[in-house]
Design a protein around this ligand. Structure first.
Ligand code: SF4
Ligand code: SF4
Length: 507
């Protein structure tokens, strides 16, 4: 959507595109590569419309002459601490459109990362480190409910488990790909993710967009999401999966339903989601059949019955202030896993005001939930996934030490595929072919290259995880789970350290 003319007259452009005329050979490659309409050829030279630029950097990287530079515009309003540039832009834009502003990817405001106030411990002398090159260090995780006690039957030849073990999925690393729906991202992006998940031996979420018929071959690696809109939910979608997940909330927009702008609802998306082509796909804020934990328990039971009790059924919620008691209720409602999504989590489209100002950090949410479930003696009943700004392997280790079984990641997966985090997914014009349905753009994303890059990323994180576990003197992810003693707090807020259950450095 082109910027309203009233904005152009009041707001300086955010980015400046500079074309070096000496270098430019007028090949026009940049005009083809820019899907936002920021570059054109006027018959004599390439001209830039700075207002349309989102700083995705595709043009600069594709220019064979390196003739293009894109930078942040230094010319802004007169400085004002309260009415800063960001807030004045928001007001101008809303006074032009009269509408809710959309945003995508995760919250980009400079809230403090609790992760950055946590340091890992390391072993030496009396409690020696483990060398992962020479000794086994286990990164496998089992997703699903665990038995609280074991009972065996014996005869003269064998010892067998007398209890039926609940369905569990073995994943080779405590990292799964979070829910990104087909529609919010492209067919090629979804296929890349599923190929990578299969290769890695992990799971990937469908988001609330259904599962394209071509992707059922990856069913052993798929968590199908059942969201309030029930988009794409049919018998096959529920049965041919590794796990099912009821989506109640999402970190980027707690209390909100999903939103796929109509521009992204192509024929293929409309068929997969079972909705009309070109219309906005807005799922209701609540599930209209869930108004209590008892209602949620009924849906969990129904999904378990549908799948003959063969796959774990989980629930995804946003990290908000009452996340611990809600999680306790979910565990008691017979869910096999819970996903908690923190306030910096990504999105394909969300109201900017919600994305930027609602929810709580995942670090605090996971620590509170793990603590509560342990106090109630039901922690083993549930696998806990943490999502919402797990940026790299250090965050992964810290969130597991705070109580998660495994992490869900999305934005790092997009970046591995080439996303430059320009925050324009909701416009459906992603120049890299990731968050778009436009055929000419989708084809820009090479599936094999992207799948390989995601696989490499997970492999690298897993290796770093093994290195860290070794340094911590721990030989398995299971032993790191909730092991807060392996962390130390170096921030300045004792209340945060108390909620995390982490000692201060030097303590
Ligand atoms: S939107 Fe991207 S491709 Fe277009 S001018 Fe800006 S940086 Fe270049
Ligand atoms: S997926 Fe594409 S549109 Fe979305 S942030 Fe990344 S580069 Fe921008």
């Amino acid at each position: 959507m082109a910027l309203e003319s009233n904005i152009r007259h009041r707001v300086p452009p955010k980015f400046l595109v500079n074309i070096d005329r000496e270098r430019c050979i007028l090949c026009k490659r940049c005009t083809i590569n820019c899907s936002y309409g920021a570059l054109s050829f006027n018959g004599e030279r390439i001209v830039a419309d700075n207002y349309e630029c989102v700083m995705c950097q595709r043009c600069a990287l594709m220019c064979p002459q390196s003739a293009i530079t894109v930078r942040v515009n230094d010319v802004q309003y007169a400085p004002h601490y309260n009415y800063n540039d960001r807030i004045r832009r928001i007001i101008f834009e809303q006074s032009g459109t009269g509408g809710v502003l959309l945003a995508s990817t995760g919250n980009d405001l400079a809230y403090h990362h609790v992760f950055d106030d946590l340091l890992m411990d390391a072993c030496q002398v009396t409690n020696p480190a483990i060398d992962p090159l020479r000794e086994p260090v286990e990164t496998k995780v089992f997703v699903g409910k665990k038995l609280s006690q074991l009972e065996f039957e014996t005869d003269l030849r064998d010892v067998v488990l007398a209890l039926e073990y609940p369905p569990n999925i073995e994943i080779q690393t405590p990292i799964i790909v979070g829910h990104m729906s087909i529609g919010s991202i492209s067919y090629n992006a979804c296929l890349s993710i599923l190929k990578a998940a299969k290769r890695i031996g992990t799971l990937a979420g469908t988001g609330e967009g259904g599962l394209h018929k071509d992707f059922f071959q990856y069913k052993d690696n798929v968590i199908s999401e059942v969201a309030s809109g029930r988009f794409g939910v049919d018998n096959r979608y529920l049965k041919e999966v590794a796990a099912l997940e009821i989506k109640i909330g999402q970190g980027a927009k707690p209390g909100h339903g999903g939103h796929l702008p109509g521009e992204k609802v192509s024929k293929m998306i409309s068929e997969t989601r079972m909705i009309p082509q070109g219309s906005d796909a807005l799922s209701p804020y609540p599930h209209h059949d869930i108004y209590s934990i008892e209602d949620l328990a009924q849906l969990i039971a129904a999904l378990k019955e549908t799948t003959d009790y063969q796959v774990p059924v989980g629930v995804k919620i946003a990290a908000v202030h009452n996340v611990a008691p809600i999680s306790s209720g979910i565990a008691r409602a017979d869910a096999d896993f819970i996903t908690i999504d923190g306030f910096r989590g990504g999105t394909g489209a969300a109201p900017r005001i919600i994305r930027d100002h609602a929810g709580i950090p995942i670090e605090l949410a996971i620590a509170a939930v793990d603590q509560r479930l342990r106090e109630e003696g039901i922690r083993q009943n549930i696998t806990l996934f943490a999502g919402g700004s797990i940026r790299y392997s250090a965050d992964l280790v810290k969130i597991i030490a705070l109580g998660a079984d495994a992490a869900q990641v999305c934005t790092p997966v997009l970046i591995a595929m080439g996303c430059t985090v320009c925050q324009s997914c909701h416009r459906g014009l992603c120049t890299w072919g990731i968050a778009t349905q436009r055929a000419d753009l989708v084809h820009r994303l090479d599936v094999d290259v992207s799948a390989k890059r995601i696989t490499n990323l997970f492999k690298a994180w897993n290796e770093e995880l093994r290195e860290i576990l070794g340094a911590l003197g721990i030989d398995s992810v299971e032993s790191l789970k909730g092991n807060r003693d392996r962390l130390r707090y170096v921030g300045s807020n004792p209340k945060i350290a108390e909620i995390l259950g982490v000692k201060h450095a030097g303590d």
